[in-house]
Write a protein that binds this ligand. Structure first.
Ligand code: ADP
Ligand code: ZN
Length: 435
């Protein structure tokens, strides 16, 4: 039987969701126009007033916000309330440049934590669970968000934060953790560390994992599910919209339900800004419908994905987004060919390699060099050079089929590639250093 954290809203009819969204939208646009001069100037420039925004389709009249706006307006320029009414600041992890800071009122925090609670319940969480949170705590939103969600569900919360893998495993085993929350790359590492201790997947008490904050493939999911003996659920979010919990996976594991009572999602063509119909692949844009302190309208996430309204077997009615295949700015252009790191991960895991790899790009004689370092698992190690060379050639061929361009593959021994405790560093692009 499916459990829900807030059944009425999570299974509300389409009409009801639209009614809620429109009502909140009208109020939110007015709030932003009256309180955020930065965005009011953008609306004025486009000649749009709050009265022009009555129904959901009218959203397309509003100007976009992008990461550069947030950097321009740093730190207080997009604040929607007095600073004295805010109770929290969080910040992005700074993956793609200068950090962005976000502000929260107590009401913003409550809603954010409710969204995370929905995700935990969708992964099977109840009061009986021990929720082991290994996302970083502090400015990063992962730890605080899931911590709050876990409290709301009533799980016994283990605020491990990231790092100190030895202690993570000890507490996981001694205290009987049942739900693990962390980045997928760290989950893979914990699985590997358990195997090194000869602890079998069925010897831990884990039943589910809630993994997000970075792109990960279906192949990676299967690998983590096997190594930890769990069901692995995806969770998505970004600091600009609160943090994790904007969307989450249910037991069907075919995309993440977006919490539509709090966020309105659009897919746009990243080049023209045009809104695309359901089912199209494009850039995800969010309008926060009820955030008070940091109320972003039409925020361009740069994440590329597809939305779907196909009915879901879990009974939730909120629209689903596919796993983002990476950000538009994660896309590598190598010798003129577009490559996403996630495509490389898919090939490597399909070929039976562990999810430990690093892509290195450089430029020699005006041509891009493209190298991928791939770790072997202990049983793949071989003394015979000819063996290794053959395998490298096989992977190169599989990559060429997938990408249309062949990297130079280097198989390296176990533990050569640094493990990550937060978001993994998959790409080292040395080309920029020469520009
Ligand atoms: P930063 O932009 O510095 O990494 P955040 O920590 O706020 O800041 O990260 C948000 C970004 O992380 C999202 O825009 C998205 O690119 C990525 N992300 C979050 N969750 C997922 C997920 N489940 N799958 C893929 N990417 C994700
Ligand atoms: Zn579902």
């Amino acid at each position: 039987m499916t459990n829900y954290y807030q059944k009425d809203i999570e299974t509300a009819s389409r009409e009801e969701i639209i009614r809620i969204q429109e009502e909140k939208l009208r109020k939110q646009v007015r709030h932003v126009y009256d309180n955020v001069p930065y965005y009011r100037a953008k609306m004025d420039e486009k000649g749009v007033t709050p009265d022009d925004i009555q129904c959901l389709d009218d959203i397309s009249k509003l100007p976009f916000l992008c990461k550069d706006d947030l950097r321009d307006a740093y730190p207080y320029g997009l604040l929607g309330v007095d600073l004295k009414d805010c109770v929290r600041i969080q910040s992005t992890s700074g993956t793609t440049g200068k950090r962005v800071v976000a502000f929260y009122t107590q009401n913003d925090i409550d809603i954010w934590e409710e969204c995370c609670a929905r995700a935990i319940v969708a992964a099977g969480g109840t009061k009986d669970d021990v929720c082991h949170i290994s996302y970083g705590y502090g400015l990063f939103t992962g730890g605080p968000g899931l911590n709050g969600g876990s409290h709301k569900v009533g799980c016994l919360t283990l605020p491990m934060s990231s790092g100190n893998t030895e202690r993570q495993l000890q507490f996981m085993m001694d205290l009987g953790s049942t739900i693990l929350c962390c980045t997928p790359s760290y989950a893979a590492y914990l699985g590997e560390a358990l195997a090194e201790k000869n602890i079998k997947p069925d010897e831990n008490k884990l039943k589910a994992g809630i993994f997000g904050a970075e792109p990960w493939t279906e192949e990676m999911r299967q690998s983590i599910e096997k190594s930890l003996g769990i069901k692995a659920y995806d969770i998505y979010g970004l600091t600009e919209t609160s943090g994790p919990g904007v969307s989450f996976e249910c037991e069907e594991q075919t995309g993440m339900h977006i919490n539509e009572d709090h966020f309105y999602a659009e897919i746009i063509d990243p080049d023209t800004g045009e809104v695309l119909p359901e089912g199209s692949k494009g850039e995800l844009v969010f309008t926060s419908l009820d955030k008070e302190a940091f109320p972003l309208l039409r925020y361009r996430t740069r994440d590329i994905c597809v939305l779907s309204r196909k009915p879901c077997s879990c009974g939730r009615t909120h629209v689903k987004m596919s796993k983002p295949m990476g950000r538009s700015d994660d896309m590598l252009i190598i010798r003129g060919v577009n490559v996403f790191p996630s495509q490389i991960e898919t090939v490597l895991l399909k070929e039976g390699y562990p999810p430990n790899y690093q892509i290195e790009l450089d430029r020699k004689n005006n041509t891009d060099t493209f190298d991928v370092y791939v770790e072997m698992s202990p049983d793949q190690m071989s003394d015979k050079i000819s063996d290794i060379q053959k395998r490298e050639k096989d992977i190169e061929a599989a990559m060429r089929t997938m990408l249309g361009i062949g990297p130079k593959i280097h198989l390296v021994p176990v533990k050569t590639i640094a493990r990550s405790e937060g978001k993994a560093v998959r790409v080292v692009d040395k080309r920029k250093l020469h520009d």
